[in-house]
Design a protein around this ligand. Structure first.
Ligand code: PMM
Length: 286
């Protein structure tokens, strides 16, 4: 199992796929239209995810849904820092989901232990220089542009090869800027600058992504391409009904020893990973 360097000891020793539970601290993130957008509810929800098996809680204050407008750095800080501070006190391992070096810096000061950058260092020219000030794991996602434009950035010759090439180029940029290679985990960015159909060759090509030589984290949870696949009578499956499809992907990724999955429903993916891991142990004994 490949994993990035710089992980907290309790995660570094684990030899199975990790579960990163999603906590979007954004006004539109909860199904009741924002009623739960308060720090205390976010904290309780995170504790529940950990109880359900989350190894990491990924906290993001800026929506990256297609079409989402950017928020100010102050807004982003106001949303994430109080939650990170409290959860870090509880001993929960937190990653901060941000494209901004300033937010990453303050999140790390507040206790975040991983940096999850959906822009892979492309959105903020200060991100790589910030990274050189610590040695925490850095999740570098494949990214071509902000949420307002990414749906127009889907021209690929061969989506899998192009994503691999673009990730490799960005790794080279990071390493030239002084970021240690060993701390980088790669993410192909399912749904980011990809059409619904373009996500499938990527999931079918995990081995090619692994050939880049770095650990992988993949986030498919409840995404649109799953809803489209499950279309019935011309209607895509609702976001609330995509859990089995999400778990199917988790299972396949765990069987390929992908380092981590980013999911909303922690319990179902955590259970699936336990089953895969148990079978893998049997295979290595036999
Ligand atoms: N997807 C979203 C947000 N952050 N981070 C990583 N590393 N990988 C992802 O695929 C990813 C991410 C968007 O999904 P959400 O709006 O359901 O959180």
């Amino acid at each position: 199992m490949q994993k990035p360097s710089g992980l907290p000891e309790e995660l570094a020793k684990l030899d199975r796929t990790l579960v990163m539970g999603v906590l979007n601290v954004t006004p539109d993130s909860f199904s009741d239209g924002g009623k739960f957008n308060s720090a205390q509810i976010a904290i309780d929800y995170s504790r529940q995810m950990v109880d359900d098996g989350a190894d990491i809680v990924d906290i993001g204050g800026e929506s990256t849904k297609p079409g989402a407008q950017r928020i100010s750095v102050e807004q982003e800080l106001d949303r994430v820092i109080p939650v990170i501070t409290q959860l870090a006190k509880d001993g929960i391992v937190i990653s901060v989901d941000t494209m901004r070096a300033q937010v990453a810096k303050e999140a790390v000061q507040a206790g975040a232990k991983l940096i999850n950058d959906v822009s892979g260092g492309k959105a903020d020219p200060d991100m790589f220089s910030f990274l050189t000030t610590n040695s925490l794991p850095y999740i570098m996602m494949h990214w071509r542009g902000f949420s307002t434009e990414m749906m127009h950035l889907t021209d690929y010759e061969d989506v899998l090869l192009d994503v691999c090439d673009e990730l490799q180029n960005q790794v080279n940029v990071a390493v030239s800027a002084g970021v240690e290679l060993s701390r980088i985990a790669l993410d192909p960015g399912i749904g980011f600058a990809k059409t619904v159909e373009q996500n499938w060759p990527i999931l079918a090509g995990v081995a090619d992504l692994q050939d880049l030589g770095l650990p992988l984290l993949i986030g498919v949870s409840r995404k649109k391409f799953l809803g489209e696949l499950l279309t019935k009578n011309g209607e895509a499956r609702d976001v609330s009904q995509r859990e089995a499809a999400t778990v199917a992907v988790t299972t396949l990724l765990a069987a390929q020893s992908v380092w981590a999955v980013r999911v909303h429903d922690v319990k179902s993916s955590s259970d699936a990973i336990k089953v895969v891991h148990r079978i893998q142990q049997e295979q290595s004994n036999g």
